[in-house]
Design a protein around this ligand. Sequence first.
Ligand SMILES: [Zn+2]
Length: 255
Amino acid sequence: MALHILQGDTENDKRWLEKAARLHLSTSKWIVPSSAVEGDKAVIFVGSTFFATATIASTPKRRTDWPNRYGAGLRSVRLIEPPISLDVIRRRIPELKWAIYPRSVTTVLPAIATTISELISDRRHRGGSDVDDRMLDVAGIEELRARAIADARPKAARKVRMAVHQSRSLPVHRYVLARADGGCEGCRCKAPFQTRKMTPYLEPHHTIRLADDIPLSVIALCPTCHRRVHHSLDGEEYNAALIRKLRKLEPVGAR
Ligand SMILES: [Zn+2]
């Protein structure tokens, strides 16, 4: 049984996969390698991530609307959550040549198919906590978020924590900076400068003393906003406003 990497090119494909996973839908004409056989496994690459898995459901037929392409049915669509970003795939499976130019459908060698299956089952089992510290530089925002939340969980049990003003958790720090996308989450100004690593300089700020490092409690601020919280006349009110902002930034139920 072979493993094929298929493509989902558009936002439509992505939405269809999400719906198919939820409602157990199948399709009849996804583009597959002509050698694919009913029952083969497929992993679907969308938006620079391994986004979903599926099973080939029919024998490939030449697509009349697309020269030299073959379409086959897909069934048993399952999402990979969070999706595995291309840089993490490259880091974990350097021998996967496709990952260098991930443009077309491909059938991978059996040994690599095993590694890919392990990567996916690891992701499904660990939900993003499989992204280790060395991968934080290359992980996608959804992976950083999942890792940040996974990291916070065991610590949440501890009742007493030292008061800290700055995030000590690297995954949360990285996630919050990714979420900020180069702008202060307090005043929305652009980060004042680029760091030596060519990333926008912002400071993670703990809005709640004694709380754990979780995405809901840490906000990325420009140096001015950060100083404002700690030193300004309206520091406490400003911090309360930041807490309200965080509640809007972080989806309910994902705390
Ligand atoms: Zn600011």
